[in-house]
Write a protein that binds this ligand. Structure first.
Ligand code: FMN
Length: 198
């Protein structure tokens, strides 16, 4: 798997670069990259429908803003992402907490890009959640290759081994929790360790 170009800087005239063709977890398309000093930002309403995307988001995802505003955020969902990661993400932000997650997203043309995402609720003056916000950076390629891809492969395989989507999700979520319990880490601690080790 050739991900060695991950996060490399490039000349400012071309904000998105691509690397060699490779498979993420079994899907076609090639990996594309964004600058290590860039942030991919989006905002959603309470239902997870997009209300704002910055230019870096639009550039790498390959969309015009008009195509995305009002659309569910899963428009960039990569099919190889385990569903239990999104369950965890939504459980956390709906409880008013921030969450970090490694995510692979799909572009309009079928390519993919990895991010480390920080997702937070946005609060109104009365303290209620009024929407959600995500800021994404280039993740460490070694962390993605050595830890996240094997983990997500395992979780996705559990999900697809069940004929019922619900049962698959429950089983993969349980597996994720048991992996964390073996490490004696909460999910947030696990991700923090990975980010610090990078
Ligand atoms: C602020 C915010 C940012 C999100 N960013 C992404 C993202 O970058 N990629 C993604 O696939 N899902 C993202 N999600 C999660 C999606 O809403 C959705 O749960 C996910 O794509 C799975 O979709 P599905 O349940 O229809 O399979 C985000 C959600 C929120 C609230």
């Amino acid at each position: 798997m050739d991900r060695l170009l991950w996060g490399c800087a490039h000349d400012g005239s071309q904000r998105v670069r691509s690397a060699s063709k490779g498979d993420m977890m079994g899907t076609s398309g090639k990996e594309v990259f964004f600058d290590s000093d860039s942030l991919i930002v989006s905002k959603t309403n309470l239902k997870g429908h997009l209300t704002y995307m910055n230019d870096v988001f639009l550039d790498i995802a390959g969309y015009q803003a008009e195509e995305l505003v009002g659309k569910p955020h899963n428009v960039i969902r990569h099919p190889d992402m385990p569903r239990c990661v999104f369950k965890l993400l939504w459980d956390e932000v709906q409880r008013g907490r921030e969450v970090f997650a490694y995510v692979v997203n799909i572009t309009k043309s079928g390519d993919y890009y990895w991010v480390i995402a920080h997702v937070t609720p946005s609060f109104g003056l009365d303290g209620s959640i009024v929407g959600y916000h995500s800021t994404r950076r280039v993740p460490n390629p070694k962390t993605v290759r050595d830890t996240i891809i094997p983990l997500y492969r395992e979780l996705s395989a559990i999900e697809t081994s069940h004929s019922s989507r619900k049962e698959g999700l429950e089983a993969s979520y349980e597996k994720l929790l048991s992996i964390l319990a073996e490490k004696d880490l909460g999910y947030d601690e696990f991700v923090a360790h990975l980010m610090l080790a990078a």
